[in-house]
Design a protein around this ligand. Structure first.
Ligand code: ATP
Ligand code: MG
Length: 378
């Protein structure tokens, strides 16, 4: 745990960059610091590992005032990936990653083994990359080395200052996914700085929105999107926050496992009409004897082929028309909009129908926020 207690940072020129910050970073979580340029993100972060001194207040690391740690212990505990990568240009990849382990006096053989492990972890082939210099790597590869270096001595805490800032959007998404997968395994306590609200929502277990050196709002991404505290936060997260929030909700949370307007291929068209009317939907899903989704049928189709459900139905591959429980609500919405469905089947990996999700469920989620917003509009 990292606890900021009334932390103030005044620079020698008299400028106060951090104005009484109170905040707890929880173990094993990614806490994102976000806010406009100059709001004090980097300054706050650099006080944690004492690269900057604290003017007033204190920062507890694992319950202890961080000024009470010997500098070396603090460095071992806290990995740091700095803004703009910051690799040493005249050091090889190996030497860059080995900086902290060498400082800690590790045996050379242990360092080499660790460097190779870390290169593997961040998706760089050790044999190809270990002896390269930073200029021989792409920007994305350099950032991976930067992350590997921060992980060098396996610190329980990581400070990451815009670690993916210098990267094009597509590579950045890949790095984000990879890093989240790594974090699943390593479970570090992380402060992650970014400018990018989408990155914050994706990476953060919690988001701290900073403004002029003070904390504006601190909460989970979902709560920040659902309940922005004031106009500043609302503007900051953007007018499409309902859509963004749909990106956080899984189909499994919104689907109805009971309500399945469902007919079997060997059922009659009368049965299909009955199901459609019962469920008040425009079409019913058609499944085979194993429950695998084979297509859908609507009243139009039944009119055209009243004697055979197989002739009346529209055949479709379940990959095409179904969504999975693990998809986001946002993906389900895109699927519905693309196909003009008001209800979309949810299938398992074998194509078996396990439930459905309605456009209305997605709209309700969005509307719930809009009405709250009216109530709190300032
Ligand atoms: N050594 C210093 N002396 C005086 N003021 C400083 C010093 N370092 C930073 N500042 C000021 O403190 C404020 C906060 O800087 P900081 O680097 O923490 O911002 P940031 O939130 O990380 O911004 P960015 O998103 O641009 O990286 C800025 O207004 C900056 O000009
Ligand atoms: Mg900064």
């Amino acid at each position: 745990m990292i606890e900021f207690q009334n932390v103030v940072k005044r620079f020698p020129d008299g400028f106060t960059a951090v104005k009484g910050l109170n905040l707890t970073v929880h173990d094993g979580e990614i806490t994102v610091f976000i806010g406009p340029s100059g709001c004090g993100k980097t300054t706050s972060m650099r006080m944690v590992n004492r690269l900057l001194s604290i003017t007033e207040g204190k920062i507890l690391v694992e319950g202890r005032d961080n000024r009470d740690f010997p500098a070396e212990e603090l460095r071992r505990k806290i990995g740091y990936a700095i803004q703009q990568i910051g690799l040493f240009p005249h050091f090889t990849v190996l030497d860059n990653i080995a900086v902290v382990p060498r400082m800690l006096g590790w045996e050379e053989s242990r360092i080499r083994k660790r460097v190779d492990e870390l290169l593997d972890l961040v998706g760089l082939d050790p044999d190809i990359n270990r002896d390269k210099y930073p200029r021989q790597l792409s920007g994305g590869q350099q950032q991976r080395v930067g992350v590997a270096r921060a992980l060098g001595a396996d610190p329980p805490i990581m400070l990451m200052d815009e670690p993916f800032g210098a990267i094009d959007p597509i590579t950045r998404e890949v790095l984000q996914e990879e890093f989240l997968a790594i974090q699943q395994e390593i479970g570090k306590t992380i402060i992650f700085v970014t400018h990018d609200i989408d990155e914050a929502i994706k990476m953060g277990d919690r988001i701290a929105i900073l403004r002029d050196g003070a904390l504006e709002q601190y909460d989970t991404p979902d709560n920040i999107l659902a309940h922005p505290k004031d106009r500043f936060v609302r503007d900051f997260v953007g007018s499409d926050r309902s859509l963004k929030r749909l990106g956080l909700v899984r189909v499994s949370e919104l689907m109805d496992p009971e309500s399945k307007p469902l007919v079997r291929m060997r059922d009659s068209t009368d049965k299909a009409r009955q199901v459609i009317e019962e469920h008040k939907v425009r079409s019913a899903f058609v499944v085979d004897d194993e429950g695998v989704l084979k297509g859908w049928v609507d009243l139009d189709g039944i009119r055209h082929a009243p004697n055979s459900l197989i002739d009346a139905m529209m055949e479709a591959d379940f990959h095409e028309i179904g969504v999975r429980k693990g998809n986001t609500a946002r993906e389900a919405l895109s699927a519905m909009v693309a196909r003009g469905f008001r209800i979309t089947p949810v299938v398992d990996k074998n194509g078996r129908l396990v439930g459905s999700i309605t456009l209305k469920a997605l709209q309700d989620l969005a509307e719930q926020e809009w009405s709250e917003e009216e109530a709190t509009a300032s």
